[in-house]
Design a protein around this ligand. Structure first.
Ligand SMILES: Cc1cc2nc3c(=O)[nH]c(=O)nc-3n(C[C@H](O)[C@H](O)[C@H](O)COP(=O)(O)OP(=O)(O)OC[C@H]3O[C@@H](n4cnc5c(N)ncnc54)[C@H](O)[C@@H]3O)c2cc1C
Length: 398
């Protein structure tokens, strides 16, 4: 029996599939048009224990590890959801882990110990004020790293935080922030030295703090049910107790948590590919041209076989790398390779699946059309394909 196919994990899949069938599929088209998912969906997912997967029970989570989170993500997409849905509903997967780690409550992790807290940060308090309510589905969080001047160069962040008594005064702006419109708080990367110095700190900034404004809702190619925002900070006073971990440990924290984010995006990629293979197989069985089903033609069968192979190979590799992350192995290079392998598989499959659907594939009515648009972000978010290649090249000693 495969480690991802234990009775508990099969149950988790079934729970996720039932959630999608009952709570998502009847409404997803409406949410795509509305540009966001409702807050009530977070509460429903939390009640079922899905929001808390991968977070320890000591912080209000449901337990489980990175592989369990990966399986939930996979099933959300394979049962008819989308990567946009995952981005919108599971933004806490990138907004909370730094807080959990800094409070030393991440199961099996060394991050909390290494990054530490100090007398002025309120790490335990952050768990009660932000982590628990978010995992209970009553708060929404976002993660703001990217700035208008650039996202790939994280060390180049220009949003500053100047210390003033028991507060920081934050000035700067962020862009492309997932769930930024709906978020009650934003885990924000700021620079505590001169702009671009790389001395980064993470602060939790509440919506409604004077000087913090959420700008226009950004319109996008895909991920339509996921709201994306520009954020502006003008002399925003943030208490020291809203700092995550010690000052100037933000860069290391961001890099360490990129592994989970990148594997989530890799999962979204291979799961989208798997779903599109299923859609294409169904279509090719049903669709007749020149008096025969498409699936009866060798050219089409081989094309489907190749799509299936790429999706399954990507899945196997992402799972292997996730196992190694859970085991505590240093696999930065492998995580980057997993993301690029899965994104390449996805890009190929969504394109081929749409082509096999003919004109219908180009219509909003076709599910494959949504996956085609949604997939394009996966090689950009969480570190682009080019940045992954930089990491891989470094890992090769180049
Ligand atoms: C829908 C969406 C949701 C997002 N959600 C979030 C979020 O929640 N939080 C957040 O902080 N960010 C988010 N992002 C931002 C995303 O992480 C960045 O867009 C991404 O990291 C790339 O940064 P950039 O757009 O500034 O591109 P740039 O860094 O300006 O790069 C532009 C191009 O140059 C390439 N490039 C850059 N440097 C090099 C190099 N050294 N060598 C070769 N090529 C290079 C890049 O690969 C890319 O192709 C989101 C983006 C989108 C579109």
């Amino acid at each position: 029996m495969s480690i991802v196919d234990t009775p508990e994990r099969r149950q988790l899949r079934e729970l996720t599939r039932a959630f999608v069938t009952r709570e998502v599929l009847p409404h997803l088209d409406d949410w795509e048009r509305a540009g966001e998912v409702p807050r009530s969906l977070h509460a429903t997912a939390a009640k079922l224990g899905l929001l808390g997967i991968g977070f320890p029970e000591s912080v209000g989570g449901s337990g489980g590890d990175l592989l369990d989170s990966i399986l939930v993500t996979e099933e959300l997409i394979r049962s008819g959801g989308s990567s946009g849905l995952v981005a919108a509903l599971f933004t806490h997967g990138i907004a909370l882990p730094h807080m959990v780690a800094a409070a030393g409550k991440r199961t099996g992790g060394t991050l909390g110990g290494r990054l530490g807290s100090d007398a002025t940060s309120g790490d335990d308090d952050l768990i009660d004020r932000y982590v628990r309510p978010t995992l209970a589905g009553t708060m929404i969080g976002a993660l703001a790293i990217t700035e208008p001047d650039g996202g790939s160069d994280v060390a180049g962040i220009r949003t500053t935080a100047r210390r003033d008594g028991d507060h920081y005064v934050v000035n700067g702006s962020k862009t492309y922030i997932t769930s930024g419109h709906r978020a009650d708080f934003v885990t924000t990367a700021v620079c505590t030295d001169f702009p671009g110095s790389g001395e980064l700190t993470l602060l939790v900034i509440d919506k409604g703090t004077p000087g913090f404004t959420v700008g226009r809702r950004l319109e996008k190619l895909g991920w339509h049910c996921s709201d994306t925002a520009e954020l502006s900070f003008v002399d925003v006073r943030v208490p020291l107790t809203n700092r995550i971990g010690a000052e100037d440990t933000g860069f290391l924290a961001i890099m360490q948590h990129f592994a989970a984010e990148r594997l989530s995006l890799a999962t979204q990629a291979y799961a989208t590919a798997q779903r599109c293979v299923e859609l294409a197989v169904r279509w090719c069985r049903d669709r007749e041209t020149f008096g025969r089903p498409l699936a009866s033609r060798q050219l089409i069968r081989h094309r489907l076989a190749e799509m299936h192979t790429r999706a399954e190979a990507a899945r196997a590799y992402v799972h292997e790398v996730a196992h190694r992350v859970v085991a505590g192995e240093p696999v930065v290079t492998e995580v980057a390779m997993a993301k690029n392998v899965a994104v390449a598989a996805c890009d190929h499959v969504v394109d081929q699946a749409l082509q096999l659907h003919g004109g219908f594939g180009y219509l909003r009515d076709a599910e494959v059309e949504r996956h085609y648009r949604d997939a394009r972000i996966l090689g950009i978010g969480g570190g682009t394909t080019e940045i992954m290649n930089e990491i891989i090249a470094k890992g090769m000693g180049l």
